[in-house]
Design a protein around this ligand. Structure first.
Ligand SMILES: Nc1ncnc2c1ncn2[C@@H]1O[C@H](COP(=O)(O)OP(=O)(O)O)[C@@H](O)[C@H]1O
Ligand SMILES: Cc1ncsc1CCOP(=O)(O)O
Ligand SMILES: [Mg+2]
Length: 246
């Protein structure tokens, strides 16, 4: 049985420490594939929520000083309960964000990191051009992705026109894509949440990352055909394709 079917059967709760820009899109992706999204910013309820959650997605998109302790607390709870932690390191190349992620990785085990080429290069102490939330250079450098996986001990998903998924030994490439992904802010966050949802029901986090990334790419190709290159309609069509996936 594919992981998508397990998601539909188990309807896992996916807990999100989300950014405030794209959280509706993130919640929609989780729900459309059969999961149950929940967003929180309350430290007081983290212990209760991690008990019922099957995965934790930390997205640092709209960071502030109060959030690092929340990330650490949630991450430690997830680690203790053996539930997967997915990190979306939005714009980690910027100094403040880099400091926060460095501090976070000292405190918690992150199982999967999903970012664009500029963000992933940061984990390998390399520089790939980027500006804020965007990568400017979509280079396919397998060595960087493998190094990022080895340095962090996490599975790495580098998104772009070609997605790369690495676990420190192997790299898988996914080439199916639509350029309508790029103009839509939040598609990276949606992919991170989809990976979180798949890892919530699969003990094999590498397989979860690969299947989720493949599904997202293939759904984007179908959606682009349906909307005839209209970018605003693309997100709705993408969600419809994710809803219909099996
Ligand atoms: N130039 C591109 N052409 C086609 N697909 C892309 C392109 N850039 C990114 N994607 C796809 O868009 C989604 C978001 O990835 P990306 O833009 O790299 O993340 P982020 O939004 O975090 O910067 C992924 O599914 C990725 O594969
Ligand atoms: C615009 C913006 N600002 C802070 S978070 C965010 C959304 C980032 O989304 P993505 O990384 O998926 O493009
Ligand atoms: Mg991003």
């Amino acid at each position: 049985m594919g992981i998508i079917n397990q998601v539909r059967e188990k309807q896992p709760l996916v807990l999100n420490l989300a950014n405030t820009v794209t959280q509706q899109r993130v919640a929609d992706v989780i729900s459309y594939v059969g999961g149950s999204p929940l967003m929180t910013t309350a430290s007081n309820e983290l212990a209760e929520l991690m008990q019922i959650a099957s995965a934790l997605v930390i997205n640092i998109g709209t960071l502030n000083d109060e959030l690092l302790p929340l990330y650490i607390e949630a991450g430690k709870l997830a680690n203790q309960l053996n539930k997967p932690v997915i990190l979306d390191p939005v714009a980690v190349t910027l100094p403040y964000r880099g400091e926060i992620v460095t501090a976070l990785l000292k405190e918690i085990k992150v199982n999967i990191i999903r970012g664009n080429a500029a963000e992933i290069a940061w984990f390998a102490n390399q520089t790939v051009a980027g500006k804020g939330i965007d990568a400017l250079d979509n280079q396919i450098n397998e060595a960087i992705v493998l190094d990022a996986a080895q340095k962090t001990g996490a599975i790495i998903v580098q998104s772009g026109p070609t997605d790369l998924i690495a676990d420190g030994q192997q790299v898988i490439k996914i080439t199916a894509h639509s350029d309508l992904f790029k103009i839509n802010v939040g598609t990276g966050d949606m992919l991170s949440a989809l990976i979180g949802t798949f890892s919530a029901v699969s003990a094999d986090y590498f397989a979860a990352a690969v299947e989720a990334t493949e599904l997202f790419a293939n759904s984007g190709v179908k959606a682009a055909q349906i909307v005839e290159q209209k970018p605003a309609n693309f997100i709705n069509a993408l969600l419809d394709c994710l809803y219909e996936a099996n």
